[in-house]
Design a protein around this ligand. Structure first.
Ligand code: SF4
Length: 203
């Protein structure tokens, strides 16, 4: 598995904000090739190169993790589908809950076992692969210049079982924060997500 970094921190985003987790950030992202507009505001461009980081034995990594929850993130972690399946099965054996953070463009591989699936669809299409219909817990929607509440409502109809987290773009300014707050106030079952780790100066 090609891994960019492994570190312990607090989950900063979404419904699990504040929970301690080990973050496993995989190398490689398909957003630049797919023309996704999140490349404008991505806060982990160092993860795009599939050759970045180092090659790690999945079994070895799975045996070294100490936190009860692990967040598999990227880049786009499902680009390493086979490794993700193996990693999820090994963590399940160790009694560790594996969370996934994905942009939703790559199909969920068969046989993978996640305790929590967060999909963050990206502009301009906000497309999510149909395989997530069977397995999605949270939609994390970033309020940038392109996102509006109608997009959130459409995704909510498509994935009615998913909780909705509305998160202002990092560096988007006060207008973005106010837009996000207004959207949550007018959709009381949605939740505001702030990047807690950044507010606290954590990795
Ligand atoms: S999908 Fe995620 S990691 Fe890739 S460019 Fe977009 S925000 Fe960055």
């Amino acid at each position: 598995m090609r891994v960019l970094e492994v570190f312990d921190s607090l989950q900063g985003e979404g419904l699990w904000a504040g929970a301690p987790m080990t973050f496993v950030r995989l190398a490689g992202c398909n957003a630049p090739l797919e023309g996704l507009a999140c490349v404008r505001w991505c806060d982990t461009p160092q993860s795009w190169d599939p050759e970045s980081g180092r090659e790690v034995e999945v079994e070895e990594l799975a045996g070294q993790l100490g936190m009860p929850r692990v967040c598999l993130t990227g880049g786009e972690p499902l680009l390493q589908a086979e490794e993700s399946v193996l990693f999820s099965r090994l963590l399940a054996k160790h009694g560790i809950a594996l969370h996934l953070e994905t942009n939703g463009t790559v199909a969920l591989p068969a046989g993978v076992s996640f305790a929590w699936v967060t999909v963050s669809p990206k502009p301009p299409s906000y497309a999510v692969d149909s395989s997530f219909r069977a397995r999605i817990d949270e939609l994390k929607l970033i309020v940038d210049g392109e996102f509006d509440a109608e997009i959130g409502e459409r995704l909510e109809r498509e994935f009615p079982q998913a909780a909705i987290s509305i998160q202002p773009e990092d560096g988007g300014g006060e207008d973005t924060v106010h837009s996000a707050v207004d959207m949550v106030l007018s959709h009381p079952h949605w939740r505001l997500s702030l990047q807690l780790h950044k507010l606290l100066g954590l990795p």
